[in-house]
Design a binder for this molecule. Structure first.
Ligand code: ADP
Length: 473
């Protein structure tokens, strides 16, 4: 990978005023693959200032022009697809199949979907004698995590630009390289200077400078609950509106009339996707007590198909997790689960055989997990699936809702109405029935500690709009 020596402010590449850079490591090899600038508070100021100035013009651009530019951006992302996939594999270890089919593909899908949505969106309506106008909210600060490095950014960038807002982006220090390719795409698409700005650096420095900046109108964050609480507190000092997409501990409820074999198979694939580093991962599989042992056997069998290894190898299903700290945390949680009475039926806390280098974790299945135990309550962000048993539908709903999180859930049944009835009782922002397909325009977000606000769809656009009522007579 190439070093990226400059931050992007007001349409210009310039060095960070600190003169320092930060290393980016490949978690499969533990080698430093490139460096990016460590921006300063002054760089953040300059970026927010540039976004403020650019907002004057950009907020008044015709909708048709914003649609055109979003489509041009989509095309530029598509042109860079292979390079983006390769970069994401290098910076966070996603196997090639995930990088090409998901990591590098979804950003273009989302940008395109927002262009389509914008084309038909009604910014104005009448209510009696009042004209209700939705206006661009202003300057957006965006801080994103490392699990889907580019998708997390475009989930904010696309609706912000569609709304007529300008943006300052701070990607995760673990995975900043793909963000530079997005900026290259923005430039090539002809997005005007100052509309999109990129500053890189650590959370405590650049991240806090951005979250606490008085020049922001909206602050949009995706990451952990602890950091979400911290940045929301910083943004609150300026009464800046926040959108928070935080963690999850999603329950996948297999009802007693479901096809057990399919439900276990797809449920496991969901839990292990991206080495379990997906906030919607179905990490708690809820199985009827009468079918529990059969489900455990199925899970043990399917787990054998999850080959851990070099993300560049086509056979690899699971790459490393993103960092050494993450690996250690996951291993610790598996050990705690065992101490608290869980049974390891596949994988385990030790390193995969013959893999001394790289942050690899064995895909692990835990049976007999108690609903209140640490592993059933804490987000793991690793390839660890917990199997829980339940008595009846009421019990399943109670166990599913026994969580501080409320991001996502799953329900499996041959009877769609029965599944929908269970889905309605889950205190979560999204639920998929029988392994529903990804819809880029379905609003996405959490109840409880999983967050505030929504991304995607019209609800996601509206996070970046202010509502003005104009009374007439
Ligand atoms: P994770 O890496 O577990 O998703 P974080 O919430 O720590 O969790 O990281 C998400 C993003 O938040 C990253 O871009 C990181 O740099 C940033 N970040 C971390 N700590 C802070 C902080 N105190 N203030 C602002 N941003 C932060």
């Amino acid at each position: 990978m190439e070093n990226r020596d400059f931050v992007y402010i007001n349409g210009t590449w310039r060095p960070a005023t600190t003169g320092r850079s930060i290393p980016v490591e490949n978690p499969a090899t533990e080698a430093v693959i490139a460096t990016v600038p460590e921006a300063s508070t002054e760089d953040v100021d300059a970026a927010v200032m540039a976004a403020r100035t650019a907002f004057e013009q950009w907020s008044g651009t015709a909708v048709a022009e914003r649609v055109r530019l979003l489509r041009a951006l989509r095309e530029q992302i598509v042109l860079r697809h292979a390079e983006i996939a390769e970069t994401i594999t290098a910076e966070m270890g996603a196997p090639r199949w995930i990088s090409t089919r998901i990591q590098a593909a979804l950003p273009a899908t989302v940008v395109g979907a927002y262009a389509d949505l914008l084309e038909g969106y009604e910014f104005e309506e009448r209510s009696g004698d009042t004209l209700i106008v939705r206006e661009p909210a202003g300057v957006v600060g965006a801080i994103t995590p490392w699990n889907y490095p580019l998708h997390q950014i475009t989930n904010k960038l696309a609706p912000a630009l569609a709304a007529g807002c300008t943006i300052v982006i701070k990607p995760s220090e673990l995975t900043p390289l793909s963000a530079f390719l997005l900026i290259d795409a923005c430039e090539a698409a002809g997005i005007p200077p100052g509309v999109v700005n990129l500053v890189t650096g650590y959370g405590k420095g650049v991240g806090e400078a951005l979250a606490s900046h008085p020049g922001l109108d909206v602050f949009s964050f995706t990451g952990s609950v602890a950091t979400g609480a911290r940045v929301a507190e910083l943004a609150a000092q300026n009464i800046t509106r926040v959108t928070l997409e935080l963690g999850g501990k999603s329950a996948n409820i297999i009802l007693d009339d479901a096809d057990l074999s399919v439900a276990v198979k797809v449920g496991m694939a969901n839990a292990f996707l991206n080495s379990g580093q997906t906030c919607t991962a179905w990490t708690r599989m809820l199985i009827p007590a009468s079918q529990y042992e059969e489900a455990v056997d199925l899970a043990v069998n399917y787990a054998k198909g999850y080959v851990v290894g070099d993300p560049l190898d086509e056979k690899t299903k699971l790459g490393p997790v993103s960092s050494g700290a993450q690996r250690d945390k996951i291993r610790g949680l598996i050990n705690t689960a065992v101490t608290e009475g869980a049974r390891v039926v596949a994988g385990g806390p030790d390193a995969p055989a013959g893999m001394g280098v790289g942050y690899f974790v064995r895909p692990t299945v835990l049976a007999d997990v108690a609903p209140d135990s640490t592993i059933a309550q804490q987000e793991v962000f690793g390839p660890v699936l917990s199997l829980l048993s339940y008595k009846d539908d009421d019990d399943a709903v109670a166990i599913a809702n026994n969580s501080m999180y409320g991001l996502h859930g799953g329900v499996w049944s041959k009877d769609e109405n029965r599944a929908i009835a269970v889905a309605r009782r889950l205190r979560t922002g999204t639920v998929d029935i029988n392994g529903a397909k990804y819809n880029p325009m379905a609003p996405f977000g959490g109840y409880k500690k999983s967050g505030i606000g929504r991304e995607m769809g019209a609800a996601g656009l509206e996070e970046f709009l202010e509502i003005k009522s104009v009374g007439l007579r």
